[in-house]
Design a protein around this ligand. Sequence first.
Ligand code: NAI
Length: 280
Amino acid sequence: MRELAGRTAFVTGGASGIGLALGHAFARAGMKVMLADIEAEALTAAVKRLRGSGPDVRGVCCDVADPVSVERAAAASFEAFGHVHVVCNNAGVGGGSGIDNISVDNWRWVLDVNLMGVVHGIRSFLPHIRAHGEGGHIVNTASMAGMNSGLGFSPYSASKFAVVNMSEGLAMQLAPLGIGVTVLCPGFVRTRIWESGRNRPERYGPSQSPDPASDAGKLAANLAELGRSGLDPCDVAAQVVGAMRENELYVFTHSGADWRAELEARFGAILAAMDKAAAR
Ligand code: NAI
């Protein structure tokens, strides 16, 4: 989608971090923007902050884990702006630890937001984008955790692997319709993802954090520290806008040798197993 000015974007998780930066970048590119988020106060502040950056910025409260809530947010966007062209399924939460001690509630929360939130966004907006026929672009936020399994947070990684896979399939299916797909795979970005528990609905029970003295606890602290010194979300948003204009499927925000080595090791192991199958 080369021309963004005059188009409309819907961004989930728009009240903070990467979603807020995406909203800002879109507004500056001349797009109308609907920010959607579960955190009402932060959403109001985000809309206030972005107003004046672009033609029209609005907000809608939305829990992406709830299909009815996403349907309502979509209806509010159509009513406010008419056609929506860009949908960023970006809302996400971090949670979990080692696979043997994660509560079922924790699995449900992380998968409901990070995976089903993307599914609900696609279900609510894709028929509309197809119907208006003006083209569009879907951006799904995954993670480097969707590319390699080393992180040690099973629900998070599982949700992000699924988002990568779903996006790859979607890109193939939608290319003939002139609808682009980008899957965003950030490394560490300076956001509030490490405070995800602030938006955990009661229905999922209390937040579960690993014991700080355990291996999982130390890993969580280490990752949070890396997050604090991570990339500026505005840099991530600029990369996404570039990928949308060039219709690129993957955005990797980090190019470090460690990330590359982990990916090479994973792909190498997969290819070696396939070679073994071929030799049988
Ligand atoms: P953030 O915590 O700053 O922003 C996430 C936003 O999602 C918040 O505004 C939060 O209120 C919203 N949210 C949470 N649950 C929601 C729900 N049920 N419905 C609607 N909105 C909800 O974190 P960040 O980093 O900006 O997260 C955005 C995406 O980036 C997430 O999908 C995350 O997994 C992904 N990501 C972040 C990385 C990082 O280092 N910050 C690295 C890789 C991926």
